[in-house]
Write a protein that binds this ligand. Structure first.
Ligand code: AMP
Length: 215
């Protein structure tokens, strides 16, 4: 079963994708993670995208479609979670073509609904463990006093994303509403969209997603 997790920055897509990987053996394809890895390893593409990402703007369709194509050509699974992709209608069309070429289908698009104020509050306070990706929040789930990740035990590996600041976030939200939110109507019209409330407790969101996958 191949699915898309759709939602604005901070909706909890990455957190929920991790559960699906751990518990269902699905394969997470996060274009944001791929682009950050390219940036950190200093590849030519990484250098091109670094500034665009820091500003919170979208990287070109050509680059991200290329990244997803490469993964779909090399990784064998029929349980892909597309996280942060597609973000434009052109990317959505390309994904449909790529899956068709592979003889696969897109089985569900899960829209994680959250309100904008909650997003801003989540993002500016967010940090993650570099070891396992566990997400912390300065207000609701602070980094443990002993500096050890509660999930993997690694010490002092906590990171804040360079684009998790109010300035970039404004651009990221604007990009979402201008270019990504039309995908809600696109997948609704295709009969593939299911909405879940992304504002609840993590376990409740997880249960809502399981409900979609298991029906
Ligand atoms: P994310 O980790 O999904 O929030 O992505 C971080 C940043 O990477 C975004 O703000 C964009 O600059 C870039 N990015 C990630 N995925 C895409 C995509 N599908 N299309 C364009 N840009 C992307």
């Amino acid at each position: 079963m191949n699915i898309i997790l759709l939602g604005p920055p901070g909706a909890g897509k990455g957190t929920q994708a991790r559960f699906l990987v751990e518990e269902r053996g699905m394969v997470q394809l996060s274009t944001g993670d791929m682009l950050r890895a390219a940036k950190d390893s200093g590849t030519e593409m990484g250098q091109i995208v670094a500034d665009v990402m820091a500003r919170g703007a979208l990287v070109t369709d050509e680059i991200v479609i290329g990244l997803i194509r490469e993964q779909l050509e090399t990784v064998q699974s029929n349980g892909f979670i597309f996280d942060g992709f597609p973000r434009t209608l052109a990317q959505a069309d390309a994904l449909s073509d790529l899956l068709t070429e592979k003889g696969q289908t897109l089985d569900a698009v899960i829209e994680m609904e959250v309100d904008d104020e909650a997003l801003v509050a989540r993002i500016v306070a967010r940090s993650t463990c570099g070891g396992c990706g566990e997400v912390y929040n300065d207000n609701t789930k602070p980094i443990p006093a002993d500096g050890k990740c509660t999930n993997c035990g690694k010490e002092n590996e906590f990171k804040r994303r360079a684009d998790d600041n109010e300035e970039s976030l404004k651009t990221r939200l604007m990009e979402y509403y201008k270019k990504t939110s039309p995908l809600i109507g696109y997948y609704y019209a295709k009969g593939q969209l299911t909405k879940v409330n992304g504002l609840g407790e993590i376990v409740d969101v997880k249960a809502a997603i399981a409900g979609v996958l298991d029906t």
